[in-house]
Design a protein around this ligand. Sequence first.
Ligand code: SAM
Length: 234
Amino acid sequence: MADWISFYDLRHSLIYVNARHRDVHYRKIADDLRALAPSPTAAVLDYGCGEATSADYLAESCGHLTMVEAAPNVMAALKARYGGNGKISVIGPAEAAAKPAASFDLIVLHSVAQYLSGAELDGLLATFRELLKPDGHLVVGDIVPPRFAAPAAALSLLRCGAENGFFIAAVRGLIRIAVSDYLRLKSKVGLSHYDEAAMLEKLTRAGYRAERAARNVGHNQWRMTFLARPASGA
Ligand SMILES: C[S@@+](CC[C@H](N)C(=O)[O-])C[C@H]1O[C@@H](n2cnc3c(N)ncnc32)[C@H](O)[C@@H]1O
C-alpha cells in the first residue's frame, strides 16, 4: 500500500466496521452539513467525499452537490449510486480544479486534511479560494490535533457503536485495524496534525477569515471544524 488514496480505495471496509457504522457516520455528516448549507439553491462541493451514503439527503438541502473523490473504486461506486440523481455530480480532483472561478457557495473538506502534506493542503486551500464565490464559505472539518488522536478516535468509535447498536463490531473493527497495514502506512507516509492556532494561521495565510466552529462535523468531538470565508469577500 503506497499512499492514503490507495488505502482508502482498497481498505475502506477497515475504516467502517460494518455497513451500519458507515451509514450512521455519513448520515451524521450529512445532518451537520445540511445545517451549514447556505441556501436551498447553493452550489456545494464536497472534496474527498468518500462513500457518502447520505449524499442524496445532503443534496436535498442545496441546489447542486458536486462530489469529488480521488479513489477510483470509491468514485465508481458513487457514480453507480448517484448516476440517476440530477442534483449530484461525481468528479475527480483534476476536474474539480478545472472548474471556473467562483463556482461554489460552499466547499467542504472533511476528514481529508490529515492525509495531505502541509504543502498539499496549502495548494488545495488556494484552489478552493479560486473556486469559491466571494461570499462563499469553506468548511474544513475533522482536523486532528497533535495529542491523543488515536485513543480519541478509538473511544469515539466505541461510543458511536454503543449508541447505534454496533458496539461489538466496533471492538472487532479496532482489533482488525490494529493488525492491518494501516499502522505501517501511518509510520511510512504519516498523518498531518494541527492544533487550533496552526490551522487558523494556515487558513489566514491562504486568504481566508476563519474561526473554529463550536462543534466538529461528525461524531468525533476531539477533532475540530473550521469555518472560513474569502478574506476580501462579503
Ligand atoms: C476518511 S475518508 C473521508 C471521507 C469523507 N469526507 C468523510 O468525512 O467520511 C478520506 C478521504 O480523503 C481522500 N484522500 C486521501 N488522500 C488524498 C489526496 N492526496 N488527495 C485527494 N484526496 C485524498 C480519500 O480518497 C477519501 O475520500
